[in-house]
Design a protein around this ligand. Structure first.
Ligand SMILES: C[S@@+](CC[C@H](N)C(=O)[O-])C[C@H]1O[C@@H](n2cnc3c(N)ncnc32)[C@H](O)[C@@H]1O
Length: 199
């Protein structure tokens, strides 16, 4: 296990406790804007203990499916234990090495995790690989680049330098990974990136 994995393994299951009712309301609002339809298959990258699972499950319904991915074994195990539903699965894996077939998911979503991914280029490419044509990747952080960098620096340890890409860096990542287009909304309190894999 590398240092970052160890860090999240130790502290990763505390994130859900830090999520305020206001955060949850904002997350619900954003997820509604993303328009998640019934029956779709969703991959939650860096799922932690499954903070988004319930919100997602309610939208995809019985016929849909949620698969969470997290590289910290203890956290992945907790997510699995928290959501023992037939249409929710949790896989212990790195975002840059996803153990899924090509064209498998309708939506890849990642909340409060992308900035921590060590190999962001590869993770974006992996997301493209597992998305069906017509699918999207949605990356959400409840802070803009500078604010998030400041928070991570303050936290210190192995996440000290974890940052979000600039618009130009993100454009390059999406383009290299064959996404057809992307949108980025950024302000002090939000970083919302959406990449589209056209049909
Ligand atoms: C700040 S927590 C957020 C977790 C969850 N999305 C939430 O909002 O509660 C970031 C999560 O990303 C996971 N993570 C970090 N880097 C990862 C990587 N390269 N691949 C998979 N998971 C990763 C960590 O283990 C951690 O659970």
């Amino acid at each position: 296990m590398d240092k970052k994995q160890e860090y999240f393994n130790l502290f990763g299951d505390n994130w859900d406790k830090d999520l305020t009712a206001e955060d949850l309301e904002r997350l619900t609002h954003l997820i509604d804007k993303v328009k998640i339809t019934e029956g779709i298959k969703v991959c939650d990258l860096g799922c932690g203990t499954g903070v988004m699972f319930d919100l997602l499950r309610r939208r995809v319904g019985e016929k849909g499916m949620i698969v969470g991915v997290d590289f910290a074994p203890r956290v992945a195990h907790k997510a699995h234990r928290n959501f023992p539903f037939h249409n929710v699965g949790v896989v212990e894996a790195r975002a840059s090495q996803l153990p899924f077939y090509k064209d498998n998911f309708d939506l890849v979503i990642s909340f409060a995790a992308f900035a921590h991914f060590c190999n962001k280029d590869k993770s974006i490419h992996q997301a493209w690989h597992i998305l069906k044509p017509g699918g999207r990747i949605v990356i959400i952080h409840f802070a803009g680049r500078d604010e998030l960098a400041r928070q991570h620096h303050e936290a210190g340890g192995p996440i000290d330098c974890d940052e979000l890409p600039t618009r130009d860096q993100l454009a390059m990542m999406f383009e290299k990974s064959h996404f057809n287009r992307f949108e980025l909304t950024e302000n002090k309190d939000l970083y919302l990136a959406i990449g589209y894999k056209d049909k």
